[in-house]
Design a binder for this molecule. Structure first.
Ligand SMILES: NC(=O)c1ccc[n+]([C@@H]2O[C@H](COP(=O)([O-])OP(=O)(O)OC[C@H]3O[C@@H](n4cnc5c(N)ncnc54)[C@H](O)[C@@H]3O)[C@@H](O)[C@H]2O)c1
Length: 254
């Protein structure tokens, strides 16, 4: 799909990988809606790229519907959905004090990363199937953001890895479901990227993380993630696939 002129929705677009993707989509001529719980940051990014900010909690259906309605009113119906919003946590199953991990911590991460991504995707898809197909029969494309933790999760990463593994598992059946409507579905599994969260770590920790990446031995740049996200949109034969973007990193147990 040619990105130019299309309306695109970017969840988590206020920060990090989502922000970089929103900026790259806009640079390539898309009309971008920045969907985020952090509306102040979303407004900043949207203002910068001539897009629209939509307050959105992907776990809340009313909130998603309101965001989709606002984005559609400003830009027209979207054919591109970039699911990038996500949260992390680290908790051992049994803590050092012998107590079991709180179930709420596990549920919260699954709820945002997996159920939230599914929630907005189903609502987006229901609108997208109504659009007329483009030249090659394509109606839309959506991307999920997993993580290498879906495959090599570290100590304490049960919730995060399970949530991202859920996205990996969902990719092919979602692509198969939506194939009849001409909507493609792909997932990117990033390694270690230099986003605000990572930049808060002490430099020595950042350096040691970077050193664990075979090549290039540096953190990924958010722009590199954004490039792949946009390539997924433009390459019409990419579908039902999960792509690792990690410099050949395989995470160690800790
Ligand atoms: N940075 C990395 O190294 C890395 C590696 C692998 C995977 N990822 C994944 O990439 C995605 C982006 O990560 P990032 O590092 O850019 O993080 P980030 O914290 O910079 O950005 C995430 C954004 O998602 C938003 N968000 C959180 N919960 C939301 C909700 N319920 N509804 C709407 N928006 C919500 C936040 O407000 C924030 O703006 C996440 O899904 C993360 O798990 C990141």
């Amino acid at each position: 799909m040619d990105i130019k002129g299309q309306a695109a929705l970017v969840t988590g677009g206020a920060s990090g990988l989502g922000e970089a993707t929103a900026r790259e989509l806009a640079r390539l001529g898309a009309k971008v809606a920045v969907l985020d719980v952090n509306v102040a940051l979303a407004e900043k990014v949207a203002a910068d790229i001539g897009g629209v900010a939509c307050q959105c909690d992907i776990t809340n259906t009313d909130s998603v519907l309101a965001a989709l309605a606002k984005a559609t009113a400003v830009h027209g119906p979207a054919r591109i959905l970039m699911n990038i919003a996500g949260i992390g946590t680290a908790k051992r199953v049994v803590g050092r004090d012998g107590a079991p991990a709180p179930l709420e911590d596990f549920s919260r991460v699954i709820n945002v990363n997996l159920i939230g991504s599914y929630n907005i995707s189903r609502l987006f898809a229901a609108e997208c199937v109504k659009l007329s197909p483009l030249e090659d029969g394509e109606r839309g494309v959506m991307m999920f953001t997993a993580s290498v933790a879906a495959f090599d999760g570290q100590v304490g990463q049960q919730a995060y890895s399970a949530s991202k593994g859920g996205l990996v598992g969902m990719t092919l059946p979602m692509a198969r479901d939506l194939a009849q409507h001409g909507i493609r579905v792909c997932t990117v599994a990033p390694g270690l990227f230099a986003t605000p969260l990572m930049k808060e770590l002490p430099e020595a920790v950042q350096a040691s993380l970077a050193a664990s990446i075979p090549f290039p031995s540096r953190l990924g740049k958010p722009e590199e993630f954004a490039q792949l996200a946009c390539h997924i949109v433009t390459n019409g034969h990419l579908n039902g696939e999960v792509i690792r973007l990690d410099g050949a990193l395989r995470m160690a147990p800790r």
